[in-house]
Design a protein around this ligand. Structure first.
Ligand code: SAM
Length: 244
């Protein structure tokens, strides 16, 4: 799918540029524009991890961005020793370590890479999480991501992913559409002096729709996966485990 200038908006280099450019304002923007819901959804995404007594020592936060899910993860599972954050945008990660996570730096490893090109070891993770990192992938990339998650999880390992979604068929849909197509571009024009990047995030979200298709891809890879709606479908996710 082309951008206004004809670039492929799912090309990892294009995505990296978008996030490198908006990393400075991302934390405030995502909080304000979701009216605080992103924080609640990150917490619910972590709550959907059900290790059933199995160890939670090391795992991955894919498309980790500014690492806002880490406080929720470390609070819910204090035995976690290492979260390996994978993100293509070092701008997002650097800001995260400088501002938000100085005191938990020793429990965070970082891999700066396109997650789909990364060589994460087989069966190396007790858990995999991803919050708001699904939308910048197309169908083929979602398939590759599902394969990667199935490969890196240990047997019995757990996963949970969440993404902002289109609340199809619900009274909130006009509000949601106004939010993406009216409100976000307005905030950008007035507060962010015309940078195109936050409207781009709205466009990825509109294209993504919901996590149903991604849930099927995880099942195709042999994982036990349960689709979940959050707040009437304004976010959706999938969680489950790798069979023993
Ligand atoms: C909307 S942000 C989400 C950040 C964070 N997880 C959160 O909860 O706010 C999406 C992140 O995915 C990263 N990303 C996009 N495509 C990627 C890829 N192919 N490989 C690794 N990271 C990617 C971006 O750099 C960005 O930091």
């Amino acid at each position: 799918m082309p951008s206004e200038r004809g670039e492929d908006i799912y090309d990892p280099a294009f995505v990296k540029d978008v996030f490198d450019r908006c990393s400075g304002q991302y934390i405030a923007f995502s909080y304000v524009c979701s009216m605080g819901f992103t924080e609640r959804w990150r917490r619910q995404c972590v709550a959907a991890l059900r290790p059933e007594g199995r160890p939670m020592v090391a795992g991955y936060d894919l498309m980790a961005g500014t690492g806002e899910v880490w406080p929720h993860l470390l609070k819910a599972f204090p035995a976690i020793e290492t979260i390996t954050a994978v993100d293509i945008s070092s701008g997002m990660h650097q800001r995260a370590l400088d501002r938000l996570h100085r005191h938990r730096k020793h429990r965070i490893d970082f891999i700066e890479d396109d997650v789909l090109a990364s060589e994460l070891p087989d069966e190396s993770a007790d858990f995999v999480v991803a919050t708001f990192g699904l939308k910048t992938f197309n169908d083929a990339q979602h398939k590759a991501l599902a394969r990667l998650i199935a490969r890196v999880l240990k047997p019995g390992g757990v996963f949970s992913l969440i993404e902002a979604s289109d609340p199809e068929g619900w009274w909130l849909r006009p509000v949601y559409n106004f939010h993406l197509r009216g409100f976000l571009p307005l905030v950008e024009r007035t507060l962010l002096r015309g940078a195109q990047d936050f409207a781009m995030i709205g466009r990825y979200t509109a294209n993504f729709r919901n996590a149903r298709g991604f849930s099927d891809l995880l099942r195709d890879e042999g994982l036990d996966a349960e689709y979940r709606d959050y707040f009437f479908g304004c976010a959706s996710g999938v969680s489950g485990s790798k069979p023993l």
